[in-house]
Design a protein around this ligand. Structure first.
Ligand SMILES: [Zn+2]
Length: 115
């Protein structure tokens, strides 16, 4: 009986340690993501429109996004299910310089595609 109580105590202690470790790792990851790795500036809190429906995979955009403007966060994929009360805007952290780079990239892409 006593050994069972001790093993339950040890298990709950282990779970607490694992929870604290996982939690502190999440906090560290959030700390790292506060700065844009491309522009080195602190991310700002803002909003982005949520688009619903089947997401269109644009490999050219994704490749450019990862390399040039990873923290633009100018739009959010809301998934396929949408209802009348689905939110249209979501709070996001973004890099203002990434949004500028994304806009410039989009203009260049339109010019390239219209030739
Ligand atoms: Zn940036």
């Amino acid at each position: 009986m006593r050994s069972k109580r001790i093993s339950i105590l040890a298990a709950s202690l282990l779970m607490s340690v694992l929870f604290v470790c996982a939690h502190s790792r999440q906090i560290q990851e959030l700390e790292v993501e506060k700065r844009c790795r491309i522009h080195g500036i602190t991310l700002e809190k803002g909003e982005a429109p949520i688009s619903y429906g089947m997401p269109v995979v644009d490999n050219v955009y994704e490749k450019a996004r990862l390399k040039k403007f990873p923290n633009a966060n100018s739009r959010i994929e809301g998934g396929c299910e949408v209802s009348a009360d689905s939110p249209k805007i979501q709070s996001v952290f973004f890099c203002p310089q990434c949004r500028v780079a994304e806009s410039e990239w989009a203009v260049k892409r339109r010019k390239r595609n219209s030739r």
